[in-house]
Design a binder for this molecule. Structure first.
Ligand code: PAF
Length: 286
């Protein structure tokens, strides 16, 4: 696997693959890779001839009081994992390579509407940082397809929207969330949890499953379900940010909605965890 840290070097390395007529799949990451990322790389491997990953802890998607400084940087271990997963090329740029003008870069990409709710409401500017860096990365790599985890449900929706509306010539592929045996969604932030918190953390997934069961059982009183789930999370030591039951396009759900998603963000100590569960209510379960 080749590692490139400049845009010019990356483009030169990709030229060869393109000239050989290879299809290119791209997996953007912030590093500190775990099995969830490996599943993205393996899904990319199955779909394309040439797999590019990037590792860049993007400063513009972190708020002032967020965990940018403590976000783990583990490039060497990450590179080894990528080699084992069959990645062909790693792009690991510096902040000055990606943002030569630093925070004064004049151009940003803002996706209105769907970024006003959920994580967008609690993390102002976060999705503009994500949309901007993803746009830059897609323009740098120019892949045929790019793969993102469904764990970041709203992020995936934002990226699909920007790619569609700005006519990026790339297919966006969502890959199902990888979970630990106890149900906890894999995330680099799980590494911040103390052993006791790690034991508590699967409560989020259990809450999602309980809400799903209640809805499939015919309970469509979303407001009551949300209040009960928030109280349960608080009782288990979490500080819930949101529990939300929406249609899968992130618009409000009605009592007859078929395709639903439940989303939770909650803080456990200093660590903010998110998870979601998308499912369809079939006529048989209504
Ligand atoms: O999901 C992530 O790891 C990041 O938000 C992404 C998409 C790599 C952009 O920095």
């Amino acid at each position: 696997m080749k590692i490139e840290s400049t845009i010019q070097g990356l483009r030169a390395a990709l030229r060869q693959a393109r000239q050989a007529g290879k299809s290119v799949a791209f997996v953007p990451t912030m590093g500190n890779l775990h099995q969830g990322h490996m599943d993205l790389v393996q899904a990319a491997r199955r779909r394309a001839d040439f797999v590019v990953a990037s590792i860049f802890v993007n400063p513009t998607q972190f708020g002032v009081n967020e965990d940018f400084d403590r976000y783990p940087r583990t490039l060497e271990a990450d590179a080894n994992q990528l080699v084992n997963a069959g990645c062909d090329l790693l792009f690991a740029p510096s902040a000055s390579e990606m943002y030569p003008d630093g925070r004064s870069q004049a151009t940003t990409v803002a996706v209105a509407g769907i970024t006003d709710i959920l994580c967008g409401a609690s993390r102002p500017g976060h999705f503009t940082g994500v949309a901007t860096v993803v746009s830059k990365l897609l323009n740098i790599v120019q892949p045929d397809m790019a793969l993102f985890g469904e764990k970041d449900y709203q992020q995936l929706a934002v990226i699909r929207r920007l790619v569609q509306e700005l006519c990026f010539p790339v297919s966006i592929i969502g890959v199902p969330t990888t979970r630990a045996e106890d149900g906890l969604a894999l995330s680099s932030r799980n590494g911040f949890l103390t052993p006791e918190q790690r034991q508590q953390a699967p409560v989020i997934y259990q809450a999602l499953r309980n809400l799903q069961q209640a809805i499939l059982g015919g309970n469509r009183d979303y407001a009551m379900l949300v209040t009960a789930a928030q109280a349960h999370l608080a009782k288990c030591g979490f500080e819930p940010d949101y529990v939300s039951i929406l249609s899968q396009d992130l618009s409000p759900a009605g009592p007859d909605s078929h395709d639903l998603v439940i989303l939770i963000a909650a803080r456990l100590g200093t660590t903010r965890l998110i998870d979601n569960l998308a499912f369809s209510v079939t006529d048989a379960s209504r």
